[in-house]
Design a protein around this ligand. Sequence first.
Ligand SMILES: [Zn+2]
Length: 208
Amino acid sequence: MPEYPPSLERLLHELEKLPGIGPRTALRLAFHLLKQPLGNSQALALGLTEARTKLHPCRECFNLTEEVLCRVCQAGNRDRSSLLAVEDPSDLAAFERTHEYHGLYHVLGGTLSPLEGRGPSDLTLDALVARVKKSGDLKEVIVATDPTVEGDSTALYIQQILKNVPAGGEPGRTIKVTRLARGLPSGGDVEYVDEVTLLKALEGRREI
Ligand SMILES: [Zn+2]
């Protein structure tokens, strides 16, 4: 016999699927929502459905956007000589919050992880290679994956696949591949690092 009425059980079940939400937090959130006016719950459900249906990956960099190209790719004032490769759109947002990185991005869609069954074709690596081949302005790809075993091996893999790619289609010209400096908490998540630490890691980046 479930402990709660079916509709509450269902709400708890859905909340518990969210990252970092265990049964106790789910219960706290559910009771909080149920205390609020009905309009608040409706606005939450609508906001969620709308974001989920309207947002899709940017054609160029795979950031989330409601248009064909995201705001960063559309902006005329970005430095097109560098491209910061991040795992997820949330990491991109973390770098944007520093207001100090003015280049472009490439959202990889995660890291390589043999254990979790994620191989190169599950990431946006083909699109990354295509961007390097196509762009005459690009000089550097900065790999900003998380400082984890998977993040490091993904960075190395990117360096391997890009080292022979002719930049801008010019034979013999290749781009530099760099990695964020150590100093980020090891095993941590780029998304949750404060802006100052993130900037330091960016400034101290090293060639792979
Ligand atoms: Zn974009």
